[in-house]
Design a binder for this molecule. Structure first.
Ligand code: HIF
Length: 290
């Protein structure tokens, strides 16, 4: 029919199955490329998705994952983004394989995929971000400074539109990955399974005794039992502040509540400021369910 012909000639409109192919390609590359850090690029992909999104400012509507402006200096050179080239480069072969996907969709899909592949909750994901040019780069200073306290955590995350409960849920993602002295100056992982998404961050925060680390680096905290784990000053702020602490205690005891509330707030983070044309979110199958 003429309708079918018009559709055939029109631009390629990807469907859920096409995005699942992108998910599968990222998951496969995660499984293949184990010679990195603790054996997975997953944590740094989560960090890329978050730093792409966490520049959002609700007052001006600027920043957020739409645009993928971290491809460009000055944003790529902002101190907070040190080390994220590893994540951007990891995704380049995926972009080459699926040139129709925008970088901004790809980076956020990469974060959602990593969380799911590292045994975390399902992260329903929505397409529709469009890449923007260097003029859309956000100013330095929008991402949090780990050396600061609860006031700063509240300032930064309320600028994005999150409440206390959502802030605590989000920060549970520090169960994943580690700090690198050549990136942030901090050193070490938050728990013993940095490539598995768990509520361990919260359990350790309440159950361990955390002492200031004696070293020449920036102020960070270390667990009394083994001296091998770490907490940032902003992580410690979650137990210094009683409104934060009640959620830390709840998530430490109730992994299901953490998974559910984390998923909701991470979905919200990845969508901040994006002018979506569709309400439909896709739930991707993980590699072990296929
Ligand atoms: Fe992180 N975060 N984050 N973070 N982050 C680091 C690493 C990771 C903050 C600081 C740091 C979130 C919030 C905050 C991840 C994910 C998320 C590092 C170490 C620092 C300093 C970087 C390095 O040296 O490589 C601060 C101050 C935050 C606000 C309190 C989010 C909630 C937890 C939003 C989030 O999702 C991940 C994953 C990593 C590990 C990266 C890696 O390469 O392993």
């Amino acid at each position: 029919s003429s309708k079918a012909q018009a559709q055939a000639k029109g631009p390629f409109v990807p469907a859920q199955a096409d995005y699942q192919k992108v998910y599968d390609a990222i998951a496969q590359r995660l499984a293949d490329e184990t010679d990195y850090d603790d054996g997975s690029y997953g944590p740094v992909l989560v960090r890329l998705a978050w730093h792409a999104s966490g520049t959002y400012d609700k007052e001006t509507g600027t920043g957020g994952s739409n645009g993928a402006t971290m491809r460009f200096a000055p944003e790529s050179d902002h101190g907070a983004n040190a080390g994220l080239k590893a994540a951007r480069d990891f995704l380049e072969p995926i972009k080459a394989q699926f040139p129709w996907i925008s970088y901004s969709d790809l980076w956020t899909l990469g974060g959602a995929c990593a969380i799911q592949e590292l045994s975390g909750p399902t992260i329903p994901w929505r397409p529709g971000r469009e890449d923007r040019d260097v003029s859309a780069c956000t100013p330095d200073g929008r991402l949090p400074d780990a050396a600061k306290d609860q006031r700063h955590v509240r300032d930064i995350f309320s600028r994005m539109g999150f409440d206390d409960r959502e802030m605590v849920a989000l920060i549970g993602a520090h169960a994943l990955g580690r700090c690198h002295t050549d990136r942030s100056g901090y050193d070490g992982p938050w728990n013993f399974s940095p490539t598995v998404f768990t509520n361990e961050f919260f359990r350790l925060l309440v159950e361990e005794k955390w002492n200031q680390k004696k070293w020449n680096g920036p102020t960070q905290f270390t667990d009394k039992s083994t001296g091998t784990l770490m907490m940032l000053p902003t992580d410690m702020a979650l137990i210094k502040d009683k409104n934060f602490k009640k959620h830390v205690e709840r998530y430490a005891k109730d992994s299901d509540a953490f998974f559910k509330e984390f998923s909701d707030v991470f979905v919200k983070l990845l969508e901040l400021g994006v002018p979506f044309k569709t309400d439909e979110r896709f739930v991707f199958k993980t590699s072990d369910s296929e």
